[in-house]
Design a protein around this ligand. Structure first.
Ligand code: URP
Ligand code: ZN
Length: 459
């Protein structure tokens, strides 16, 4: 059925205009004022509403093995959560560890999503070792439409690469036209500090940040950036949490390195005192890089507003309270990561746009258009344009409500933003022309989501 979205203010990364949008089939057919209603079309009254391109979360973990169990979301639950919050495409970290076969891992991750996701999705492929098989396997994975790799400088022995391996991956990625995302923390320094604190009897979640200080992230970021410059590869620093790491990435950018910068929701809104809360509350707020001293927020928001930070993702990791409490006697055993896929758009709208920290076009850019451009989804995604996928969010800036785990689609038993007021919410969310959410409620088709295959961009 055709859809006519009438009378809203269309907001893209570079313009705001009052216009109607006609959707036929899966794509946007026309944009203009006073468009006629085609026979049988559903008319969506968008007067007083903002109309955005579907939002893209470029950093999520859904199928996430951890210490013999799994984080709680499936693609069914995570995609409904994403859609309720206005995210119509996510890019999942496909994450086999260095003891597993990369290609088998890729196929496992793919199977988990097939027929389950209600929104579109793609994958970043984690490269957790480099050996004689790796190159051939990665060629197959790239040929299947995966044009971004993920590497870890942290988590030595499980996901972490040596510097020699990192250079091999970057040279290969450059030749293939693939962007490499990196988790930049110095693994050796973290191990040394963790052992020191545990030996001193410092076992609680409040010690997590001290074991991974800002200097550890800044060093990892500078080292990754140095290798990006030396190899001429395209890099993407994930979850930059603090001013020193941001500075290291920006220095490289200024020298001409082809490097993009991501920050994630928790680092913009939460701070290290959340992990210092008593009882189970502290455990819920453990992630890596850790939540930082609040003084970092201003540096991150300013860099976002100025376009120096490219993207806001979530690093969605839906561990339950019970899983978090596995680290009750040893903070190094707390599963790292917090959920956020459902709340990113509303929280950034409320605490970014509504508080004057981010203008509306930058809001669209950091949450939709730049992820689409950097990760090869544009202009199919990340745009309101004739011929683009009809992934559209009709957004009510007059909505007032608050966040609570009791009403969330995300499959876990807490929300780090419990009780936070929100000032805005999607009223209609479409995926390729089909309405999947009305007024915060998933009304769509589970399994509608498609794997979006991308094309590499060799230099
Ligand atoms: O704490 C986090 N971020 N866990 C997920 C793994 C990662 O580093 O992205
Ligand atoms: Zn992550």
């Amino acid at each position: 059925m055709a859809l006519l979205i009438k009378g809203g203010e269309v907001v893209t990364a570079d313009a705001r205009l009052r216009a109607d949008i006609l959707v036929e089939g899966e794509t946007i057919r026309a944009i203009g004022s006073g468009l006629a209603v085609p026979p049988g079309a559903e008319v969506i009254d968008a007067a007083g509403k903002l109309v955005f391109p579907g939002f893209i979360d470029p950093h999520v973990h859904i199928y996430l093995p951890c210490k013999g169990s799994f984080a709680a979301d499936t693609h069914s639950t995570a995609s409904r959560a994403a859609l309720a919050g206005g995210t119509t495409t996510y890019i999942e970290m496909c994450g086999p560890n260095r003891h597993e076969d990369a290609l088998e891992g890729y196929n496992t991750w793919k199977r988990r999503a097939e027929g389950a996701s209600a929104c579109d999705y793609a994958f970043h492929m984690t490269v957790s070792r480099w050996d004689e098989k790796t190159e051939a396997q990665l060629r197959q994975i790239v040929a299947d439409g995966v044009t971004s790799f993920k590497i870890y400088l942290a988590y030595k022995g499980l996901f972490g690469l040596s510097d020699d391996e990192m250079v091999q991956v970057l040279r290969f990625a450059r030749g293939m036209g693939v962007v490499t995302a990196a988790h930049c923390e110095n693994a050796d320094e973290i191990s040394r500090l963790q052992q020191q604190f545990l030996a001193e009897g410092k076992t609680g979640p409040e010690w997590h940040e001290h074991s991974r200080p800002e200097s550890v992230e800044a060093e990892g970021t500078a080292r990754f950036a140095k290798h990006i410059e030396a190899t001429g590869a395209e890099g993407y620093v994930v979850h930059v949490s603090c001013a020193p790491a941001l500075g290291a990435a920006l220095d490289a950018k200024r020298r001409g390195a082809n490097i993009h910068i991501e920050s994630v929701l928790p680092h913009l809104l939460l701070d290290k005192t959340c992990a210092e809360r008593p009882g189970i509350e502290g455990f819920k707020n453990v992630m890596s890089p850790p939540l930082r001293d609040e003084r970092n927020h201003a540096a991150l928001w300013t860099a976002l507003d100025e376009g120096l930070i490219d993207i806001i993702g979530t690093d969605h990791c839906p561990f339950t309270t019970a899983q978090k409490m596995e680290g009750r006697d040893d903070f190094t055993q707390i599963p790292n990561g917090v959920p956020g896929i459902e709340d990113r758009v509303n929280l950034i709208y409320t605490y970014g746009v509504q508080r004057g920290r981010l203008n509306l076009c930058r809001f669209v850019d950091v949450l939709s258009t730049r992820p689409a451009k950097i990760f090869g989804l544009y202009p199919r995604k990340g745009a309101i344009a004739v011929g683009s996928d009809a992934d559209i969010v009709v957004y009510d800036p007059g909505y007032r409500g608050s966040i609570t785990a009791a009403r969330q689609y995300t499959n876990n038993d807490y929300n780090c933003y419990e009780g936070w007021p929100i000032e805005g919410r999607p009223t209609i969310v479409t995926v390729r022309g089909k309405v999947q959410v009305r007024d915060g409620v998933f009304v769509g088709e589970q399994g509608r989501g498609r794997l979006i295959r991308r094309t590499p961009r060799p230099a």
